[in-house]
Design a protein around this ligand. Structure first.
Ligand code: NAP
Length: 525
């Protein structure tokens, strides 16, 4: 094959390949083909990880039948050696033999890692290109460094695609990878991404920066690389096939954020309202890393969660009155000139569910807790004219909050002397279990009980409140309303609140069904 026909092949694939390749693993040949058959209706680009099979050569006749039967499906054959992050224990010669047979069996793309290329004769590599396109790949399981050097080393070999995979140890590593793709993708057909939980940005946005495609897992249990997202999530949640240069980037920033429901709810809202935006989870280990990404990606809007709600405030150019009063910000907007504006939509998350049920003015409301969420509640309710009481485990923060918001303090021992219109739980007590409640049954004397905790959907506190005849407001309503307000601030459009509520409801039901292991907590926002 000469150079010009190679360019033609690269261009042919570049224009025809879907953006997401689904990595398929199996413990035997029949399972691999069965999985592939089940996938082809919705996925026309598959990677067969032959190295996961105990005897890869046995699957080749079946692959031949598969490729003949599904000529519209693109297949990559990969037989990664153990030394290079795969599972194949054979020699370089046997790896190449299996790949040559996979090419003869109709796999249109063959993946060979650079370590193998360095050990074989140039003609052995070129033989693989007789019938297939060659993907030369490099994997760094520790960092995203020396990308230029790696590319230089790789381009010493003729290949149709150069796949360079790093590991993100910071969010900014994604920016490094995407700048690299932008710089070189007009000269070479590249595939680039970062592994690791922090690599999500490059997995979703890499294609826009110049990666020919990216990889998705078949399911969350069958990931072939750390941090891999499922192909279904890439397509349905992140709408990767529609991401273009005009797509605005949003995200939830915190540490940790892995269990956040915000990407599901926000991407669903954007899809419903036809907003050209994508929303990702940003596991920020430092504020500096987060702010550098906001500037350089750029990120247009952030949901801020623990532990950054307070520390972000000093980095903002201006804040709304709720943020100024409560000292906590959960929403950031980046303007075109790079200025950052902070909002607190937790107050909307508290007020909107209440407004639908009661007149807040003059209502007698007890807030349990004196942390960030309690502060947002106390200031917002006071501003609306409610009579607010604060009860907290530790006296000092409660006293400070009561003083600054002109609210009243309550001792636990005095609880039974009062009846409230609303009791709001703004502590984490009851999160992730059905046992704990911040109040006993005889301490619940209110018309409404509002629990900010939303996982489980019906907490022990809400069960007790129902038994006492109180109306309950689940934390999911707050979660959806604060997210809806964020959506409105970022897009200027009314939020599809019903759709957002359905998404969170379904996600929580799925989690309950999957029986999240004990102690694993759902992250709020
Ligand atoms: P935070 O700033 O850490 O404050 C926690 C508060 O709860 C503090 O006042 C703390 O009291 C108290 N607390 C913690 N553990 C306790 C325990 N075992 N017994 C009694 N009191 C306890 O947290 P936050 O950001 O305010 O969040 C509070 C809760 O609201 C969390 O569960 C969060 O998930 C939820 N939330 C929900 C939404 C939503 O959209 N539904 C939004 C925001 C927050 P001390 O002062 O004694 O430590």
């Amino acid at each position: 094959m000469n150079a010009s026909s190679n360019n033609y092949i690269s261009r042919f694939f570049h224009t025809r390949l879907p953006r997401v390749c689904v990595a398929v693993t199996a413990s035997d040949s029949s399972e691999l083909i069965e999985k592939a058959e089940a996938l082809v209706r919705d996925n026309t680009f598959l990677e067969f990880r032959l190295d996961y099979l105990p005897k890869p050569a046995l699957v080749l006749p079946k692959i031949k039948d598969f490729t003949e039967y599904h000529p519209h499906v693109f297949v990559i054959a990969t037989c990664r050696r153990e030394n290079n992050g795969g599972k194949f224990r054979g020699s370089v010669a046997s790896q190449l033999e299996i790949l040559a047979k996979a090419s003869a069996a109709g796999c249109q793309l063959i993946d060979v890692e650079i370590e193998t290329a360095l050990k074989c004769k140039p003609q052995q590599l070129q033989q693989l290109r007789q019938k297939s396109a060659l993907i030369l790949s490099s994997h760094d399981f520790r960092s995203t460094k020396k990308l230029e050097e790696t590319l230089e080393k790789m381009t010493a070999f003729d290949a149709d695609f150069y796949k360079i995979v790093g590991t993100a140890t910071t969010l900014y590593d994604n920016v490094v990878m995407m700048k690299f793709l932008e710089k070189h993708s007009d000269k070479h057909s590249l595939v680039g991404l970062c592994m690791g939980e922090q690599g999500i940005i490059s997995r979703v946005l890499g294609v826009r920066a110049g990666s020919a495609f990216t990889f998705g897992a078949l399911s969350s249990e069958e990931k072939t690389a750390p941090g891999q997202v499922t192909a279904q999530e890439l397509r349905n949640t992140y709408r990767i096939e529609r991401i273009d240069i005009a797509t605005k980037v949003y995200g939830v920033a915190g540490d940790p954020v892995a269990h956040s429901l915000s990407p599901a709810i926000m991407n669903a809202a954007m899809r419903r309202e036809n907003v050209n935006g994508v929303y990702v989870a940003l596991h920020a280990k430092t504020m500096k890393d987060l702010l550098a990404c906001v500037r350089d990606i750029p990120i247009h809007g952030l949901s801020i969660t623990m532990p950054y709600k307070e520390t972000i405030v000093s980095h903002l150019d201006n804040t709304d009155s709720q943020t100024t009063k409560s000292g906590a910000c959960n929403t950031v907007v980046r303007s075109q000139d790079g200025k950052l504006y902070g909002f607190n939509t937790d107050s909307a998350g508290i007020l909107r569910p209440l407004e639908r049920r009661i007149t807040i003015d003059k209502a007698k409301i007890l807030v349990l807790g004196a942390g960030g969420a309690a502060r947002a509640a106390v200031f917002a309710l006071k501003e609306r004219g409610a009579e607010v009481y604060i009860l907290n485990r530790t006296a000092a923060p409660a006293q400070k909050l009561a003083r600054s918001a002109r609210a009243r303090l309550l001792k636990k021992s005095d609880l039974k002397k009062h009846t409230f219109d609303v009791i709001i739980n703004a502590t984490p007590v009851g999160m992730g279990n059905h046992r704990e409640s911040p109040l006993n049954a005889d301490e619940i004397r209110a018309k409404y009980v509002f629990d900010m905790v939303y996982d489980p959907r019906e907490t022990r506190l809400l069960q007790l409140a129902k038994e006492k005849g109180a109306e309950v407001i689940p934390g999911i309503e707050m979660f959806v309303h604060q997210a809806a307000r964020q959506f409105e601030i970022w897009t200027g459009k009314p939020a599809p609140w019903d759709e957002m509520l359905n998404v969170v409801d379904r996600a929580l039901q799925d989690r309950a069904a999957a029986q999240t292991p004990k102690g694993a907590k759902t992250k709020v926002s």
